[in-house]
Design a binder for this molecule. Structure first.
Ligand code: HEM
Length: 452
């Protein structure tokens, strides 16, 4: 039977407001009322969107490769990422770019980036205050940005690196501001207001100039008789060839660089901030993790990361627009429908995860995450290209921090989830106090929040 599952009857404006303001409460209430699969209606979308959470339904969605992307991704990101972006292309064009970009992101290659991540983290730790409270999320943003500049872009010219270090965070904050997202919704969906990206045009042009100069230099070097040996992802992208032997144009390489920045920076920083938050609220786990790291073991560390990505998935949705009818749970969802795993709901199913709201890394010592019941990186042919990179980065940062620092919570309240662009983020950035390990405890300071 071709039909959509039931869902809340409120007007789209109300459902949109609930989704924007209290997304988790909204999804949980839908699950209580309608079960694991339901239809929601959002402002500006002609048809309802179906959210599902049963791993078998997610398997059905992700293993049928013909489904495309919901248009929302392009609407919000095209002006910044550009038309060549692997995140936005579809069908054969998407697959060709994905194949070309996969080798530099392959799990085994990640070792070569570990040293960079460790160096960046250690330099960051030098600037941490002794005992005063500060928000750790912005510090993790600084780390993941620097890692991208060095491991992905490989910028060596100090003046260019400095300008990018200055300009890129502006682009990231300008394009993720709720005000811009709202203007995009008004302009693209409802035809109201001017071009919402007008304000970032100048900044984008400046960044493009810097990136294109870097790309040109790298090409000149790779064509020279003695090319420098480089392992950064930009160099690998320049050397890579499509199946027909063609290379990516400069403009397209630029699009992939900005895509990797936007897809990989905020997500990884947020996942790290959540992991610290969960560890601080669960001191026994933090103690066990620290002693396993001291003993040179990484099994528990990997379980901590899997559990953190389960309990605090950073990206809430990773949907598809159906190219053909999809049979799930006795319903045939019609072609053209936008269908998405509600990742938070998938990860808190008591069937798969006993005590689903408890932070228990031990569950992943007994059993590895399953492909469709643990989907922080989406799935199928669009699964996150940087998943191995992100997990490596999280491992190395956590290790480097916990080897050198003893952390304690600087707030008695657990962090609430808030939305930042496409991510679910800790509302106050996770407030911590840090002391050098084995250093004597400092005298208690007055509560002063340093948001660096
Ligand atoms: C914890 C950190 C991260 C999380 C939670 C995350 C999550 C995701 C999700 C949910 C998707 C959509 C998948 C789908 O539609 O099925 C995605 C796509 C993508 N991610 Fe990540 N990501 C992270 C880090 C990274 C990093 C570090 C990079 C690169 C440096 C990266 C690059 C990409 C790219 C290129 C895509 C598009 C893949 C495609 O459409 O074929 N991500 N990511």
């Amino acid at each position: 039977m071709s039909a959509l599952p039931p869902g809340p009857a409120e007007a789209p404006a109300i459902q949109t407001a609930r989704w924007l303001l209290r997304p988790i409460a909204f999804m949980e209430s839908c699950r209580r009322r309608f079960g694991g699969m339901f239809s929601v209606r959002f402002l500006g979308f002609e048809r309802p969107m179906v959210m599902l959470s049963d791993p078998e339904a997610i398997r059905a969605l992700y293993t049928a490769h013909e489904h495309g992307l919901p248009p929302g991704r392009s609407i919000a990101l095209l002006p910044v990422l550009g038309p060549g972006s692997v995140l936005l292309l579809e069908g054969r064009e998407h697959l060709a770019r994905r194949k070309l970009m996969l080798p530099p992101f392959h799990g085994e290659r990640m070792r070569s980036y570990e040293t960079t991540v460790r160096e960046v983290t250690e330099r960051e730790l030098d600037g941490w205050s002794e005992g005063s409270p500060f928000a750790i999320h912005p510090r993790m943003q600084a780390v993941t940005l620097e890692v991208i500049l060095r491991a992905v872009f490989g910028v060596t010219d100090p003046a260019r690196a400095e300008r990018l270090r200055e300009r890129l965070p502006l682009l990231l904050s300008d394009t993720s501001s709720p005000a811009l997202q709202f203007r995009v919704l008004l302009s693209r969906r409802l035809g109201l207001g001017g071009d919402p990206f007008d304000g970032v045009g100048e900044l984008l042009r400046e960044i493009d100039e810097l990136l294109l100069a870097e790309i040109a230099e790298r090409r000149a070097d790779s064509d020279s008789t003695h090319p420098a040996e480089r392992e950064d992802i930009l160099s690998l992208l320049i050397a890579a060839r499509f199946e027909d032997g063609a290379e990516m144009s400069d403009r397209e390489v630029r699009d992939q660089l900005v895509t990797l920045l936007l897809a990989g920076h905020e997500t990884t920083a947020t996942a790290l901030a959540w992991t610290f938050d969960l560890l601080l609220r669960n001191p026994a786990t933090l103690t066990r993790l620290t002693s396993e790291i001291d003993a040179g073991e990484d099994t528990y560390l990997r379980a901590v990361i899997s559990e953190s990505l389960r309990l605090r998935p950073v990206v809430p949705l990773a949907g598809r627009r159906l190219a053909s009818d999809l049979d799930v749970n006795g319903l045939s969802l019609p072609a053209g429908t936008d269908v998405t795993p509600a990742i938070w709901l998938t990860h808190t199913r008591a069937e798969e995860y006993p005590e689903p709201y408890a932070f228990r890394p031990e569950r992943f010592l007994e059993q590895s995450p399953t492909t469709y019941g643990w989907v922080p990186f989406g799935g199928g042919i669009r699964r996150c290209l940087g998943a191995a990179f992100a997990e490596m980065e999280m491992r190395v940062v956590l290790e480097a921090v916990l080897q050198r620092r003893a952390l304690s919570p600087a707030s008695t309240h657990a962090e609430r989830v808030t939305r930042r662009n496409v991510t679910f983020s800790p509302r106050r950035g996770t407030l911590v106090r840090s002391r050098r390990r084995n250093a004597p405890a400092p005298a208690v300071e007055p509560e002063r929040v340093l948001v660096a």
